[in-house]
Each structure stands twice: as C-alpha cells, then as structure tokens.
Design a binder for this molecule. Structure first.
Ligand code: CA
Length: 455
C-alpha cells in the first residue's frame, strides 16, 4: 500500500507539472541556470554557533556555485546549505543551483561560474571523467575535473509501465527474457529510457537486462528521455521502462502508472551512485575552500544518515526551490519503504534507502578509486571507452581525476575518527546480485565473466 492520499497525489501532480514547465523554460535559457528562486539561500543559519574556521583554514573565497538535479543524490549539497554546514566552515556565499537536466549541468560546468555556469556539483559517473577527457563537451574540449566525494549510495530503481504487469518483469530478468525477445521479433521492441546516456542510469538498466540474458543493444530499444518527461512518456507508451533516482520511481507506483522491477539496492547493496566533483582549476586555485566545502558535505552526510533527522530532511528537500514535492511523498522512501507494485511485496528496510555517510561496506562519502574503476570497466564493456583504457591508462586517469587525498585531508581537519577514514583506495571485492564479482585488481577477469558485452 502506498501512503499517497488523493490530496497529496493532486498536489504532487500540480507541483511536478510546475517544475516540469520550469525545467523546460530553464532549458531554453542556455548556459544560464535558475535564478534567485532556485539558487542562493539567504535563510540558512549555522547548525552550531562555534566557528571551526582558524586563520590557517580560512578559505580563499567564501563563494562557490554548485549544480544539482532534484533527486535524493543532491541531499548532501542541499542539507549542507540549509543546515548551515557550508557557512560553518567559512563558505557563506555558496549557491546550490538547480540544473534543468544533466546536459545543462555539463554545459554549465564547461563555462564555469565566471561564465554564468557552475564550478561543480552533483554528477553521475563517469561524467567527470568524460568531461575531463573532452568526450561529451562541445568541440571535445577537455575540461579537467576532480572527483572529491561520493554523495550517496542506493536510492535508485527501474520503473516499468502498467501495461507490462504480469509478465514476470522483476529483479531476475531471465524469467521475462522470452517475452522481451519475443517483442523484438514481433517488431514492437521493449523500450527502456534513461535521462543521460553512458552514465549511471544507462549502466544500471544495461546491467539489469544483461544479467537476465537480454542484450540491451539488440533485444530492446534504449532511449534518452528528459527527466521532466519520463512520467508523461510512460503514461503514453513512449517507453515501457525507465531508470531513475528517487523520488520519481515512487510516483510511478503511487499514481498507478506502473511498478518497480528492481531497486539498485537489490542489484548491488551499497553500490556507488553519484558524486561531488568540481572543475580542477577552481580546486587548484581554492584548496582551502575546497576542503571547507567537503567538510560541509561530510557533516551534511552524517546528519542525513541519522534516521531521526529524515522527517526534517524530507521537509527541506520537498521545498519549492529544491524538489517541489510534498513531504508525505518523500518520507516513506527516506525511511526505506518502497511499494513495488505488480503483486510484489513492499520493501520496508531502512538499509535499502538512500544512504550518505557510511555503510557496512565502509565509507560512502570517501571516493574509492576502485569504484571509479568499475564505472570505467562497464564503459569499456559497452564500447563507450576503448578496451585499451584498462590496459594503458585507467590507473593514471583515475589518479588524475579522483582526489581522494583531498577528501582525507578534509576529514582529518574535521576530526573524523581514523576508523572512518579509509586507509586504502580500494573497497575490495564487489559482489553483484547475479553472482558476478568485480575484483578491482583484475577488471579483465570481470569482463571475461560477463556473457553480454561489446568487446
Ligand atoms: Ca542516480
């Protein structure tokens, strides 16, 4: 059962339509993200009164412009702003700026805040690598970026249209393989959407299909659909599936539009999700301000993981300048309650919710280089990066982009206990839901173990 009342459903539809319209308007406003209503927070007050900013750690600048997409991944940035954790560390003029979509975020980091864009913010992986290498930028210009922290784990899922109920579409897609392949043979392929290609959401949907023996490149049709249009397009049958971040999947079930096939927390417990990354030139120019931002994010992540704080978190995130979604829509998911639909049992487990600071697998916030390597390995798997990426330069590339050293310095200055500061850049062996193992010491063995791939 969902917690939706008809009133909250109506409010949600109304507010979501307003944000969709806003997103379209903003999209037309090239390189110029949302204005005052979505950006500068003037009301936040520091969570604690004592300032920890010493003369030595005084940041070079008090301002930074950070982009976000209104999904749970952005919570550490929004909470750091609203609970005063950025200000506490001397970053009193941070703008947390809503981005119309991932393409707009990419465009805005290309121009930087000096050009009316952003200095960094929230990213799917491996976008900071693709931007650094000029793979997705205009004219293939390389814009070096640094990955500084992981923002969250879990809190994502794969939603399926109501027309597909009763077809055994769930976590284990081998049970639906004949049906899906049959659709293709009948000339009406199963269509699955993501909001930006070659990054998390595309990779999750590919992994999920391929684990069930379904080739995402030949047995189905994959397409990009702007986030603001996903729900409408699922209703009208443009696609049968889409991969996205909370809170959007809950709307699918809550409004009877469809059901959830899988949560990413079921596919890979405590998997890597989205990251905090900034332009390298900004970080190199402002090393103390970078650490001040990281300290604010770390404190926000710890705050977010206190279950008792989640009702307040829902109130802040649901606000008009952030998600613009009723609190009663956000609260169940933040507590780990997911109605799945299609006669599947509801999931009620706080450990399956989006998490931000630490997990039984170690630090969530620390940007383990071994997890970046998984994203690069999957990119090689699907032909998004050349195979020699792993032979020649994966380590050099990761060492250049991933600045776990800055995370550690900031954590030490913040007084994080040694036990919560990883000593290794590797999180070790990773196990996924279909029994596959990713050993970061041997990504080629992982690729060899996968039946469906483009290499
Ligand atoms: Ca995501």
């Amino acid at each position: 059962m969902s917690d939706f009342s008809s009133l909250s459903r109506r409010r949600f539809l109304t507010t979501a339509s307003v944000s969709a319209a806003g997103a379209i308007l903003l999209k037309g406003c090239a390189g110029n993200p949302p204005g005052a209503t979505n950006t500068t927070d003037t009301t936040a007050s520091p969570a604690t009164s004592a300032s920890p900013v010493s003369a030595q750690s005084t940041p070079e600048t008090t301002s930074a412009k950070l982009g976000f997409i209104p999904i749970f991944e952005a919570a550490p940035l929004i909470i750091a702003q609203e609970k005063g954790f950025f200000a506490k560390h001397g970053m009193t003029q941070v703008e947390v700026s809503k981005q119309a979509n991932w393409g707009a975020a990419r465009d805005n980091v290309e121009i930087g805040s000096a050009g009316g864009g952003v200095d960094g913010g929230q990213w799917q992986m491996p976008m900071p690598y693709q931007i650094s290498e000029g793979l997705i930028t205009k004219g293939n210009v390389k814009i070096p970026m640094y990955v500084l922290a992981m923002l969250n784990t879990q809190g994502n899922g794969i939603a399926i249209a109501k027309s597909q109920e009763g077809k055994n579409i769930g976590l284990d897609m081998s049970k639906a393989k004949d049906y899906i392949v049959g659709l293709k043979q009948e000339g009406k392929p199963f269509k699955a959407a993501y909001t930006f290609p070659k990054a998390n959401q595309d990779l999750w949907i590919r992994y999920w299909l391929a684990a069930g023996g379904i080739d995402p490149d030949t047995d189905v049709e994959l397409l990009t659909v702007p986030a603001a249009q996903t729900v409408a397009n699922m209703k009208t049958g443009t696609m049968e599936a889409f991969s996205t971040g909370d809170p959007w999947p809950a709307r699918i079930v809550g409004e009877g539009i469809g059901f959830m096939a899988a949560l990413t927390s079921q596919m890979w417990a405590y998997h890597p999700e989205e990251y905090f990354a900034m332009r390298s030139d900004w970080v190199d120019k402002n090393p103390k301000a970078t650490k001040a931002l990281l300290k604010g994010i770390m404190e926000a992540q710890q705050w977010c993981d206190v279950e008792a704080n989640r009702p307040e978190m829902a109130t802040i995130l649901g606000g008009a300048k952030y998600y613009n979604v009723p609190v009663d829509v956000l609260t169940p998911m933040l507590k780990g309650t997911y109605p799945m639909g299609d006669n599947q049992p509801e999931i009620k487990d706080f450990q399956k919710a989006a998490m931000f600071w630490k997990s039984p697998r170690g630090s969530i916030s620390f940007p383990y280089k071994s997890l970046d390597l998984w994203f690069l390995t999957e990119s090689v798997r699907w032909g998004f990066l050349p195979p020699n990426t792993l032979d020649n330069n994966a380590k050099a590339l990761i060492d250049k982009v991933n600045r776990s050293d800055i995370w550690k310095e900031a954590a030490k200055e913040l007084g994080i206990p040694d036990a919560d500061i990883p000593s290794s850049d590797s999180r070790g062996l990773e196990k996924l839901f279909d029994g596959k193992e990713f050993n970061p010491e041997n990504p080629k063995a992982y690729l060899d173990s996968l039946a469906i791939k483009r290499i």
